[in-house]
Design a protein around this ligand. Sequence first.
Ligand SMILES: Nc1ncnc2c1ncn2[C@@H]1O[C@H](COP(=O)(O)OP(=O)(O)OP(=O)(O)O)[C@@H](O)[C@H]1O
Ligand SMILES: [Mg+2]
Length: 219
Amino acid sequence: MPDLVLTNATYQYKTATAPSVSNVNCVFTTGKMYAIVGPSGSGKSTLLSLLAGLDLPTGGEVSFGGVSLASMNLDKYRQTDISMIFQSFHLFPLMTVLENVCYPLELIGVKTVDAIPRAQKLLESVGIKPAQMKRFPSQLSGGEQQRVAIARSLAAGAKTLLADEPTGNLDEANTQNIMSILQKLAHEDDYCVIVVTHDLEAAAIADVVCRMRDGVLVS
Ligand SMILES: Nc1ncnc2c1ncn2[C@@H]1O[C@H](COP(=O)(O)OP(=O)(O)OP(=O)(O)O)[C@@H](O)[C@H]1O
Ligand SMILES: [Mg+2]
């Protein structure tokens, strides 16, 4: 089980006078869903960027499967071990829904003929219908676009999903739907799911709620 572990993790932006993440200790394991909550500016996105290997901590350590990210090939880590989901979906606008999900499969060398049925299965698993797969992202609702983004993030096979405000642009019904898809991935398919959210009601569905305040993990 490759745990994602923060050990006294600290991060201070070059231009900042105080750390945005300060001495955080936390273990994220597979099979569980985590919510990171806290006021604006409390360091949630910074923490997520440390977990994603987008930034290395300026103090302490982030490790995955017992190996420090500092000694890893971070491009490979980001390509194969973790996957990110964003508030604004980040789908490719000029590709169809199906092509969006095939893309990461083709990046890892899967031939188009094999990528298509795999992508269709992933899209079906998040409730996207065959007719919707032929459309462009702009021709879907926000909730549908986020489900496509989840399917795409699953395509490359990473078992750790990091999501920054994935339901920030969605209404309550779609928020519940996305959160329950993420919960199912953790509980039934053994993903490690880490979700940053402002929405305390959405956070309540998580197995563990991590509260940030002023860069510190308070509970
Ligand atoms: N590139 C940067 N350079 C300097 N300071 C930054 C930078 N990015 C973020 N910060 C600061 O770090 C702190 C934490 O920011 P972060 O984006 O992690 O907060 P957040 O909890 O995600 O907030 P929000 O809920 O508004 O998204 C804030 O004080 C912010 O101003
Ligand atoms: Mg943020």
